[in-house]
Design a protein around this ligand. Sequence first.
Ligand code: DGL
Length: 248
Amino acid sequence: MRVGVFDSGVGGLSVVKSLLEHKLFEEIIYFGDTARVPYGVKDKNTIIRYSLEALEFFKNFEIDLLITACNTVSAYALDEMREHSDCDVIGVVDPGVLALKNAIPSTEANILILGTKATVKSRAYEKKLHELGYKNLSAIATSLLVPIVEEGLYEGEVLQSTLRHYFRDLDKTPDAIILGCTHFPLVARAIDNYFEGKSSLIHSGEAIVEYLESHYDFTKRFEDTSLKFFASENPEGLRRVAKEWLSL
Ligand code: DGL
C-alpha cells in the first residue's frame, strides 16, 4: 500500500516514525508545507485552502490512503479533503480519542489536551471526549512548541521555560495528556519529565497505528519501506530532520 502523510512541517515525522516501527506500508510519501508552517495560528478557511492544495500535490502519486498527520488539519479540513479525494483520508483526532479511551477508560480521569491555538479553539477533542462521558477535561494552546520543534530545540532552557510558562497554572498533575499536535512528540521526553512520568502521554503516531490496525487489513508487513520526502520550502532541512528522527 502506498500512503501519503501530510503535515504543515516536520511534526508529521513523529507519525511516520510509528508507521515505520510497525512496518505497515510499502511506500510512504511525505509532504510538509514548510513554507507556510505554522497552520495552528491560521483561520479555518486558510487551513482548509492549504490542505486542499496539499491534496492536489498527492494526486501526482496515486496513493491508496492519505493520513493527515496534523491535528490542526484534522480538526478543520477533513470533510473538505474527503470530498475532494479519490482515496480514504484519515485524521489524527479520532485515533487520539480512541487511544485515550483504551489507555484511560475511567471517565473521571483528569485529561489535559495540548494543541495549537486552532486545535484548542476547535474543541475537536473535547467534543468527542465529552460524548464518551469524560468530564474532567482541560486544554492549553501550547503553540510556541511548534517553532521550538521546527528549530530543533528538543531540550534546553528555551523549551524548559516554555513548559513552565504553559503549565504554571495547573493545580494537579493530569492522569493523561493528549499530545494534540504532531510536533509535540518530538519534545515528549521533556513533557514527561516535567510531570515526573506521572501522566500517560497520548501520541498521534501510536494512536493512528492502533486505529489503522483495527480498521484495515495489515497481514503483510514491510521490512523496507520506500520513503520519499517533499516540502514546500527547504526540503533538505526536512530530510535532515527525517534522517535524525527516523534514524535513516
Ligand atoms: N503539527 C501540526 C498539528 O498536529 C500543527 C503545527 C502547526 O502548523 O501549527 O496540529
